[in-house]
Design a protein around this ligand. Structure first.
Ligand SMILES: NC(=O)C1=CN([C@@H]2O[C@H](COP(=O)(O)OP(=O)(O)OC[C@H]3O[C@@H](n4cnc5c(N)ncnc54)[C@H](O)[C@@H]3O)[C@@H](O)[C@H]2O)C=CC1
Ligand SMILES: O=C(CO)COP(=O)(O)O
Length: 359
């Protein structure tokens, strides 16, 4: 790496902009980082002005994080390659559906010794019925290591500066200090673990559970039912890692990326809110996303589809009734009212005694 570490944020949505507040402030304050942080912004016109120009003059992402000032050393760049070409650390924080195409654009255009960290919650479908982790896609396409950062981090609350925790999953301990220094602040506390895949899978799967929690809210079933959905969701998350990515640690589920993110998303997230509206209005999820999120993207339905693609191909749907039901509700195959029927005979209830997960 060069003497001072150059940082680029790839993405400028709700979370990308909130994390830019912290990363920008840290880069300005810490001598090991270059002050100037580039932020790739997918260009769009807002009231006749380019979003990049608005960000670079008013230092506010008026569309995706209105009401918050970004540090002046965060510079919005509309060209992905231009933003990323000098970076020693690339922070990927775009809705997960855009990552394969963005990696293709960056191939051969970035520093060969760069380090990536993904804040993206989601998967991609892999050929042959499996799924790919986003960090694996980044590493495979760009041939650079990729850590992950996942946690109970609703972007607007992080931007407000309210206290919270996050988890960095980083296999190689030599990057741990740099990454912690880059992200940690007084009220954004970082725990670094090596169990990177499990950290990332927690971040993706909790969005599926949050859809289930939102359906429960829409159906007016109350807090006990919602708690049951959250608990069964957590058990399915643990089983998923156990079966698909053996070697993960049970303790990872007790970090911010696990139970804490599950709780915050099932109570305060966009997936929950849209799932509730889906039940109450009868509109499609695409309509609700467009009406409620003003350009922000819903990750849960897409992730549920990706998970189902894998479960179906491995004939494992019955072992994951909540994940399966969420996908079938999102795609209109069953009605939201069928959710409880599907989880009533959950494997967690039908085993004589639930064996402790083996992780
Ligand atoms: N918002 C939150 O509270 C949190 C989000 N995350 C995760 O961070 C990731 C990014 O989420 P957000 O920053 O909230 O994004 P967002 O949901 O605000 O998405 C909008 C972003 O997508 C961009 N976009 C739209 N169309 C595009 C296209 N065709 N090509 C490229 N970019 C396009 C927009 O310019 C904008 O930057 C997701 O995986 C999400 O799950 C993680 C923690 C918290
Ligand atoms: O990941 C999140 C909080 O940690 C945000 O969840 P939503 O996308 O459901 O808002």
């Amino acid at each position: 790496m060069s003497e001072k570490t150059n940082v680029c944020i790839v993405g400028s949505g709700n979370w990308g902009s909130a994390i830019a507040k912290i990363v920008g402030a840290n880069c300005a304050a810490l001598p090991e980082f270059e002050d100037r942080v580039t932020m790739y912004v997918y260009e769009e016109m807002i009231d006749g002005k380019k979003l990049t120009e608005i960000i670079n003059t008013s230092h506010e992402n008026v569309k995706y994080l209105p009401g918050h000032k970004l540090p002046a050393n965060v510079v919005a760049v509309p060209d992905l390659v231009e933003a990323a070409k000098n970076a020693d650390i690339l922070i990927f924080v775009v809705p997960h559906q855009f990552i394969p195409s963005q990696c293709k654009m960056l191939l051969g255009k970035i520093k060969t010794n760069a380090l990536a960290i993904s804040l993206i919650k989601g998967f991609d479908k892999a050929e042959g019925g499996g799924i790919d982790l986003i960090s694996h896609i980044i590493t495979r396409h760009l041939n650079i290591p990729c850590a992950v950062l996942m946690g109970a981090n609703l972007a607007n609350e992080v931007a407000e500066g309210h206290f919270c925790e996050t988890t960095i999953g980083c296999r190689d301990p030599k990057y741990a200090k740099t990454l912690r220094d880059l992200f940690q602040s007084e009220n954004f506390r970082v725990v670094v673990v090596q169990d990177s895949d499990a950290v990332e899978i927690c971040g993706a799967l909790k969005n599926v559970v949050a859809m289930g929690a939102g359906f429960v809210d829409g159906l007016g079933l109350g807090d006990n039912t919602k708690a049951a959905v959250i608990r069964l969701g957590l058990m399915e998350m643990i089983r998923f890692v156990e079966i698909m990515y053996p070697g993960g640690k049970l303790t990872t589920f007790f970090e911010s990326c696990g139970i804490a993110d599950l709780i915050t998303t099932c109570y305060g997230g966009r997936n929950r809110r849209c799932a509730e509206a889906f039940v109450k209005t009868g509109k499609t999820l695409a309509e609700i996303e467009a009406e409620l999120l003003n350009g922000q993207k819903l990750q849960g339905p897409l992730t549920a589809e990706e998970v189902n693609y894998m479960l179906k191909s491995k004939k494992l749907e019955e072992k994951f009734p909540l994940f399966t039901a969420v996908h079938e509700i999102c795609t209109g195959q069953i009605k939201p009212q069928c959710l409880i029927e599907r989880i009533r005979a959950h494997p967690e209830h039908t085993q004589a005694s639930t064996p402790a997960p083996k992780l």
